[in-house]
Design a binder for this molecule. Structure first.
Ligand code: AMP
Length: 195
């Protein structure tokens, strides 16, 4: 099963992608995680994207496309994956189509978490506070100012991706403001048709 999970920052994509990956035994391909790992490792790629991520802007398409194309070729992704945080621009979606076509595969479904934007800011603040309380590292882009930049990037660049897929009948929308377990169950219910 090959999936894309869309939704604004703070909508719970990471949490839900992890759960769906577990239920359907497919890897979660999170570009945010991959880029954060690159930053933590001090690689050339990491140095290139660090400042961009800290500002809440989008990393250039060519960089992130190369990261995903490479990750899709790992053996654990051979029979499926859930993309989390990618594609975030229409150019990325088009590149993904080309990468999939070159491998003779296609997406089964695009899942969208729908969340009221006013609730997101509260949620992200809660995520930062909870992490700090548990002594975990707080993401530097989880502060209200940077979050607003991320939301702006989402509206301008990522919202059109939903339309790109909607026109092909791939999009399934789930209300992301429901309790976490309910969201997971609704996503899983959509996916039973493709499993
Ligand atoms: P995330 O964890 O998905 O919210 O991503 C954290 C940050 O990584 C984003 O704010 C961007 O700076 C960068 N990033 C992650 N995925 C992408 C992508 N597909 N395109 C561009 N930048 C990305």
């Amino acid at each position: 099963m090959r999936l894309v999970l869309l939704g604004p920052p703070g909508a719970g994509k990471g949490t839900q992608a992890t759960r769906i990956a577990g239920r359907f035994a497919i890897p979660q391909l999170s570009t945010g995680d991959m880029l954060r790992e690159a930053v933590a490792s001090g690689s050339v790629l990491g140095a290139r994207v660090k400042g961009i991520m800290e500002r809440g802007d989008l990393v250039p398409d060519d960089v992130v496309i190369a990261v995903v194309a490479d990750r899709m070729d790992h053996s654990d992704a051979a029979s499926g994956f859930i993309l989390d945080g990618f594609p975030r621009t229409v150019a990325q979606a088009e590149a993904l189509d080309r990468e999939l076509a070159a491998r003779g595969i296609a997406l089964d479904a695009v899942l969208e978490l729908e969340v009221d934007e006013d609730v997101l800011l509260v949620r992200v603040k809660g995520r930062a506070d909870a992490a700090a309380k548990q002594g975990q590292l707080v993401r530097r882009d989880d502060n209200p100012d940077v979050f607003k930049t991320r939301l702006k990037a989402y509206r301008a660049q990522t919202a059109p991706v939903t339309e790109y897929y909607r026109s092909r009948g791939l999009v399934h929308v789930v209300d992301g403001l429901q309790p976490i377990d309910v969201v997971t169950d609704e996503l899983a219910a959509v996916l039973t048709a493709f499993a």
